[in-house]
Write a protein that binds this ligand. Structure first.
Ligand code: NAD
Length: 362
C-alpha cells in the first residue's frame, strides 16, 4: 500500500530512487530522496524534525529533492537534486545526537555518493562534521576545516546580482542609486543583502519579527524600519522577501506597490495561481530558486577538484545575473511566466546532458 504510493509519487515527479533507513538502536528513521543524477551526484540538505506522519516527511523529501534538481541545473552546477529528512526531535542533543548522525553518515556510504547531504532546517554544521567522520558524502562544513563555510553571504550576493539584472530590464539602468528596496527579514541573508544594496546607493526599508535583528541592522546600516505588516504597503521599486515562504499571495498582491519581486526566501509565491495576478500588475518576478542559488553553489564548490575556491564560487554566483536575463528573455519569447521558464530551462539542460551521455544513467 505505502510502497505503491512511493512509486506513484516518484513516477509523478520523476524520482530515481527513494531510500528508507531505520536503525532503532540510535533512533534513526530517515528518508533520502534522489530525484535526478544526470548532471552529477544529488546534492541537498538534511532536515530534522518530528513530522505529523510519515507521508508528510515523504512529501517534503520528494518535493524538495525535485526542487534541488532544478536549482543546481539552472545554476550551471554538475550536480543533481536530492534531499533527506531524519524523523526525530530537532532538539536532540549530546551523545544521542552524535550517534544518530554518525549512523546516518554510515547510511550515506551505502549510497556510494549518489546523494551528498548538507546542513538544512534542524541540522547544523556540527552534525555535518559528525557525518564527515564516517563518510565523505556530507558537505557544507567550516572554512577552517577546508569547507565552504556559511552559505548566506553567497546567497545574498546572488540575490543582489539578480536585483541589478531585474532593474536593468525594468529601468534600462543597472544603477541602483535612485532605487528603493524593501527587505523582509534581516537574518543571515537579509543583512548581507542590505549591505550590498546600500553600497550600491539604494534606499532600503526593512522589517523583521525579531527586535534584536532590527537592532543589529540599525546599528550597522542607515535603513528605515517599518512594522511587519506594513512592508507590503511601502511604495518601492523592489520587494525582496528574505524571511519566510508564500508571502506573495492573493492577500498581499493587491497591496504590493513594487515593480520587481526578487528575494532569497524559498517558495516566495503561494502557488501558480498568482502568476496571472503578478502579470496583470506588470510586476517582474525573479524565480526564487534561481536567485537564491548562491548557497548551493558555495556548498557545491567543496565537491570540485582541488576543493572549495572562492574565485570559482564568485564566478558562478556572478553568473546568476546572466541567468536572470536569459530567463526573462525566454519568458518574453515563450510567453510564459519566469518561474515556468526557469524550470523548463533547467530540464532542458538535463535532457541535453542525457542525450550527450547517449545512454540512460547507470
Ligand atoms: P534566517 O532565519 O537567518 O533569517 C530570516 C529572518 O526573517 C529572521 O531574522 C527572522 O526573524 C525574520 N522573520 C521571520 N518571519 C518573519 C516575518 N513574518 N516578517 C519579517 N521577518 C521575519 O534565515 P536566512 O538564512 O537568512 O534565510 C532567509 C530565507 O532565505 C529563508 O526562506 C531561507 O530558506 C532562504 N534561503 C537561505 C539560504 C541561505 O544561504 N541561508 C539559501 C537559500 C534560501
Amino acid at each position: 500500500m505505502v510502497e505503491s504510493r512511493v512509486l506513484q509519487e516518484s513516477e509523478k515527479r520523476g524520482h530515481e530512487q527513494v531510500v528508507f533507513f531505520h536503525y532503532p538502536r540510535v533512533g534513526l528513521k530517515a528518508i533520502v530522496g534522489i530525484h535526478n543524477t544526470v548532471l552529477g551526484p544529488a546534492l541537498g540538505g538534511c532536515r530534522m524534525r518530528l513530522y505529523d506522519d510519515e507521508s508528510q516527511a515523504l512529501e517534503d523529501v520528494l518535493r524538495l529533492s525535485e526542487g534541488m534538481t532544478y536549482k543546481s541545473s539552472i545554476a550551471g552546477l554538475d550536480l543533481g537534486g536530492g534531499k533527506s529528512c531524519i524523523i526525530a526531535d530537532r532538539n536532540l542533543s549530546g551523545e544521542a545526537r552524535e550517534n544518530l548522525f554518525r549512523q546516518f553518515g554510515h547510511c550515506l556510504e551505502h549510497l556510494h555518493g549518489r546523494y551528498i547531504t548538507a546542513e538544512d532546517m534542524g541540522t547544523s554544521v556540527q552534525d555535518v562534521m559528525w557525518m564527515r567522520e564516517v563518510t565523505q558524502f556530507a558537505a557544507g562544513f567550516s572554512r577552517e576545516k577546508g569547507g565552504s563555510g556559511d552559505p548566506s553571504p553567497w546567497t545574498a550576493k546572488g540575490v543582489f546580482h539578480s536585483i541589478v539584472a531585474a532593474c536593468e530590464r525594468r529601468y534600462n539602468s543597472k544603477d541602483l542609486k535612485s532605487r528603493h528596496v524593501t527587505v523582509q527579514g534581516v537574518g543571515h541573508v537579509g543583512l548581507y543583502l542590505v549591505g550590498h544594496l546600500l553600497e550600491a546607493g539604494a534606499k532600503v526599508t526593512v522589517c523583521d519579527s525579531r527586535p534584536e535583528a532590527l537592532d543589529e541592522t540599525k546599528a550597522k546600516y542607515p535603513v528605515e524600519v517599518v512594522e511587519l505588516e506594513k512592508i507590503y504597503d511601502v511604495e518601492c521599486d523592489v520587494y525582496a522577501p528574505c524571511a519566510i515562504g508564500q508571502t506573495v499571495n492573493e492577500a498581499t498582491l493587491p497591496r504590493l506597490r513594487c515593480d520587481i519581486i526578487a528575494g532569497a526566501a524559498n517558495n516566495v509565491l503561494s502557488g501558480p495561481d498568482v502568476y496571472s495576478i503578478i502579470d496583470e500588475k506588470n510586476i517582474l518576478y525573479c524565480p526564487d530558486f534561481v536567485i537564491n542559488s548562491g548557497g548551493v553553489i558555495s556548498v557545491g564548490g567543496e565537491l570540485i577538484e582541488g576543493g572549495w575556491k572562492e574565485s570559482w564560487v564568485a564566478e558562478k554566483v556572478k553568473n546568476i545575473y546572466h541567468t536572470i536575463h536569459r530567463i526573462l528573455d525566454e519568458s518574453e519569447k515563450r510567453k510564459r511566466f519566469p518561474e515556468v521558464v526557469a524550470i523548463e530551462l533547467a530540464k532542458e539542460r538535463i535532457r541535453e546532458a542525457e542525450e550527450q551521455q547517449g545512454v540512460l544513467n547507470p
